[in-house]
Write a protein that binds this ligand. Sequence first.
Ligand SMILES: NC(=O)c1ccc[n+]([C@@H]2O[C@H](COP(=O)([O-])OP(=O)(O)OC[C@H]3O[C@@H](n4cnc5c(N)ncnc54)[C@H](O)[C@@H]3O)[C@@H](O)[C@H]2O)c1
Length: 260
Amino acid sequence: MGSGIAEVCARSGLDVTVVEADDAGVARAKAGKLDAGERQAAAERLAFTTALADLEGADAALEAVVEDEVLKREIFKQLDATLPDAQFLASNTSSVPIMKLGAETSHPGRVIGLHFFNPVPVLPLVEVVRSIMTSEETLERATSFAEETLGKTTIHSQDRAGFVVNALLIPYLLSAIRMYESGFASKEDIDEGMMKGCAHPMGPLQLSDLIGLDTLLAVSQSLYEEFRDPASVAPALLNRMVEAGLLGRKSGRGFYDYTS
Ligand SMILES: NC(=O)c1ccc[n+]([C@@H]2O[C@H](COP(=O)([O-])OP(=O)(O)OC[C@H]3O[C@@H](n4cnc5c(N)ncnc54)[C@H](O)[C@@H]3O)[C@@H](O)[C@H]2O)c1
């Protein structure tokens, strides 16, 4: 998600500094999908580093590290100290309450959720998530950034687990996994059914693999924690697959095999 967001920002003419955890992360982030001409143009606008301090002086920050609340809180503490004059500090989190990230900073009014969709260069939606402390000014700046600067379409959501889209989508994906787990239908037929019967561009098990099964599990847990709806309980199969490292496309295997 981070490289997709960086790509969209660079294509929109912004100077972007990508902060990764280590050199291997930097190498992965550099291997984007730009063609040769775009790569040349974007290369002038994209910088890569492993030091968060290199963000000093940036107008805004967009955080998209792994879905780990402790790590995200730590990063917001550092962003707050590194960027005292930034217009807004945004998180792409799918499940950590924006308020918890804001609470780590000295100005929770400038912390907001900007939730992009995968693949970022293709899907137009950004959910703008305002915490109970996010200021009107931050809301306007972040919405205008997503719409006018990046050309995205925004919808607004309360700071509730899942926001709008995942609160509807995740219980559906979990139902498909339960259906497959119980032997009710094959994975191919479940996916084919939703594509051909409901005109979805991909089936629920293919979409789960695209989202990443660890991310799907993390979001389902946060939905259950917030609403206690049994529809958000992760099926045992999802837990076992994440424990096995079968995370979907990004690990090469999930419900389907992507290695061949
Ligand atoms: N996958 C999706 O469909 C999707 C959609 C919307 C939002 N999100 C959210 O985006 C975030 C990232 O998800 P992803 O699927 O891209 O995960 P991912 O595991 O593919 O990528 C996470 C990246 O964060 C980097 N990272 C880890 N620790 C870091 C640190 N301390 N500093 C800098 N970088 C660090 C990792 O090296 C990795 O490149 C999560 O919060 C997730 O909930 C994901």
